[in-house]
Design a protein around this ligand. Structure first.
Ligand code: GTP
Ligand code: PEP
Length: 205
């Protein structure tokens, strides 16, 4: 499984009006909770995080993730393709999935259900909670991943022939956090330990 993470200095810019000076810390805690849950998911053999951020990389490696730190410039989809190539070098015959790194409520059982619904010979994606974006894109061994993440990516992935996964009770895999409102909805699902601990510390300030 491949997760992308921007340098913390610029990550989650849409969260700044809500988070203020805590934006970077929240971006890191979201990634830590996402990686922790992904590593605990049955069927996920390894997690690769594509990030140029050395601090984030060290923390995520400490959880057991493999860090790909040499992405070329070119944005999210370039980073994902780079990470996908690294994952395929490690396991050429394994299915491939990419997952947003901003899913602080992610539950292993729900991620396992999503992965179990990906056709063995196909390419599929999971739309985000608002139904405009994508939080997971997966494909069979050897198939092109063709990531088209970014604003309006649900329509692009569907137009590109990927099967849209329509599953109930997988909200923790769909609820990525970009804004304060998103964070409130993720909190209602139950935040992971890293984001919960950060909130507990902030509450004491
Ligand atoms: N490695 C890498 N990750 C990226 C890049 N662009 C976006 N991401 C990550 O891809 C995921 C989805 O991107 P966004 O939801 O736009 O996250 P973001 O860019 O931090 O949020 P905004 O600054 O509010 O747009 C997040 O985990 C980002 O950190 C990139 O160029 N390289
Ligand atoms: C990257 C995406 O969106 P966001 O920037 O809202 O996470 C996406 O949904 O493809």
């Amino acid at each position: 499984m491949v997760l992308p993470l921007k340098p913390l200095a610029t990550a989650k810019s849409r969260l700044a009006p809500y988070a203020g000076p805590h934006r970077a810390g929240l971006a890191l805690s979201f990634a830590l909770d996402t990686v922790r849950a992904a590593l605990a998911t049955p069927g996920v053999a390894r997690v690769l995080v594509v990030t140029r951020d050395a601090t984030a990389g060290e923390r995520l490696a400490g959880l057991g993730a493999l860090v790909v730190s040499d992405e070329p410039g070119g944005g999210l989809n370039t980073a994902l393709a780079h990470g996908a190539s690294a994952a395929r070098r490690l396991a050429p015959h394994a299915p491939l999935a990419v997952l947003s790194a901003d899913l602080p409520a992610l539950r292993p059982a729900e991620l396992a259900r999503v992965l179990g619904a990906v056709p063995a010979d196909g390419r599929a994606f999971l739309p985000d909670s608002p139904g405009l974006g994508t939080t997971l894109l997966a494909c069979a061994p050897g198939q092109p991943l063709s990531p088209a993440f970014g604003e309006g990516s649900r329509a692009r992935h569907a137009a590109g022939g990927a099967l849209e996964l329509r599953l109930a009770d997988v909200e923790s895999v769909r609820r990525d956090v970009d804004t304060g409102t998103d964070l409130g909805e993720a909190a209602a699902l139950g935040l992971g330990p890293h984001t919960s601990a950060l909130f507990a510390r902030l509450a004491q300030v």
